[in-house]
Unconditional design. Structure first.
Length: 224
């Protein structure tokens, strides 16, 4: 008799626990349904929002997805390069550098390098018999007072404020030795640009740095 009771304890206990759990489940389900009914009645009776008045409870699903839209768009819809103001690729780059992790990715590029904004300088399959040793482009014609023969490869704009005196000197020496010009950038023309006599393009940006008179107005005749 004792053995029979001992064998029955486990299934009886499991059955009681199942009944209790089922009763609790029905209790919570009934409570949830009661809350949905109350919310639906409120939506149907209010006059502030036509969507929830016409579609009680269900109309709130639109609000839910409206709140989730930025996250769904960022992590599901957008590609790695299309985000604004920062693409997913740029955010990953910033995050990797902030954590001290590697920021390089092997196996080529995800960019469409055949697009119009990309330009390439490629080796010719067939070498030229008499290549142009110094390819240049004429800037200005007979209508120009001082036309300039510019190299097709030059030093692009880098402001003095972003560099140093020695860096500016080195760039200008390179321009002189290579026979190309050195763009000053928007930071103005300094004595370091003029020190070694390389060709210069004095870039006049919106700030007119180094090209103002004593009253702060633009002076087209200003020179160093």
């Amino acid at each position: 008799m004792f053995d029979l009771l001992k064998r029955a304890i486990l299934p009886v206990t499991a059955a009681l626990l199942a009944i209790i759990a089922l009763a609790n489940a029905w209790y919570w389900l009934a409570l949830l349904l009661l809350g949905i009914v109350a919310l639906g009645f409120y939506d149907w009776s209010q006059r502030g929002w036509s969507i929830t008045r016409n579609f009680p409870v269900a109309g709130r699903i639109r609000w839910l997805f409206y709140k989730l839209r930025p996250y769904l768009h960022t992590y599901i819809v957008e590609d790695d390069l299309g985000g604004r103001p920062y693409s997913f690729e740029a955010r990953n780059l910033i995050q990797s550098r902030a954590r001290g992790e590697t920021d390089t990715h092997p196996f080529g590029t995800e960019r469409d390098v055949e697009a119009a904004e990309y330009h390439w300088v490629c080796h010719s399959i067939m070498p030229e018999k008499e290549p142009d040793q110094s390819p240049r482009v004429q800037v200005g014609n007979e209508q120009c007072a001082k036309p300039y023969s510019a190299s097709i490869l030059n030093i692009s704009a880098m402001s003095f404020g972003a560099l140093s005196a020695n860096a500016v000197r080195a760039l200008n020496i390179g321009a002189k030795q290579g026979g190309f010009y050195h763009d000053t950038g928007e930071g103005g023309l300094s004595d370091y640009h003029l020190e070694h006599g390389g060709d210069l393009v004095w870039e006049l940006g919106s700030g007119y740095f180094g090209a103002r008179d004593q009253q702060g107005r633009f002076d087209r005749n200003c020179s160093r």
